[in-house]
Write a new protein. Structure first.
Length: 196
């Protein structure tokens, strides 16, 4: 089962669709186009600050409450999602480029995908925190989050056996493979390969 299916089962895709005024099918298509870049951003963050650092970042931004914020009946506080995107992508330019690339890949409107991006980042971060046993404001054993991130990324990119809990295994080479210090080209390349 891939992450889009998991988020759909949790009700995230439907909540996002309702809030954005689109069909669940369109929301699913957008999620499929955006998720590889979001997961790549989380992986890059984990490489830079370690799984503990990523866990601390997610906890500081709301932990599992991020998932609940998107699933709740109130409008999603996308400021938290934009904060996550700022941390994992580094700049709004990267977010815009990711949305533009996903629009080209999926045929969906880039404006819609830009609105979807922070919600999806919150769903993914909240889901990882929940799976890692992390509550809003509370830390969890880093192995829980590390194993979760490793499993999600391993299942998405490898399809083979997932890395051991607490580590990302050989997935580190996926981001910034050309070593130019700018992972955007690599994230977008990875997004294209994963969709193909």
């Amino acid at each position: 089962m891939n992450l889009t299916d998991i988020l759909q089962q949790a009700g995230g895709i439907e909540s996002m669709a309702k809030e954005l005024g689109v069909s669940p099918g369109v929301a699913q298509q957008g999620a499929d186009a955006l998720l590889p870049a979001i997961l790549g951003g989380f992986q890059k963050q984990a490489q830079g600050s370690g799984i503990e650092g990523l866990g601390g970042l997610i906890a500081g931004l709301g932990g599992s409450g991020l998932l609940d914020s998107v699933l709740g009946s109130q409008p999603t506080p996308v400021g938290q999602g934009n904060e996550i995107l700022g941390q994992i992508f580094g700049s709004k330019d990267v977010s815009r480029t990711v949305a533009g690339h996903a629009a080209t890949q999926s045929g969906l409107d880039a404006g819609l995908l830009k609105k979807m991006l922070p919600m999806l980042a919150m769903l993914v971060a909240g889901y990882m925190a929940k799976q890692g046993g992390q509550t809003a404001g509370g830390g969890a054993p880093a192995g829980g989050l590390g194993g979760m991130l490793g499993n999600v990324l391993g299942g998405l990119v490898g399809g083979g056996s997932a890395p051991a809990a607490g580590g990302l295994g050989g997935l580190g080479q996926l981001i910034d493979r050309n070593g130019d210090g700018n992972p955007l080209d690599d994230i977008l390349g990875m997004a294209g390969k994963l969709r193909g």
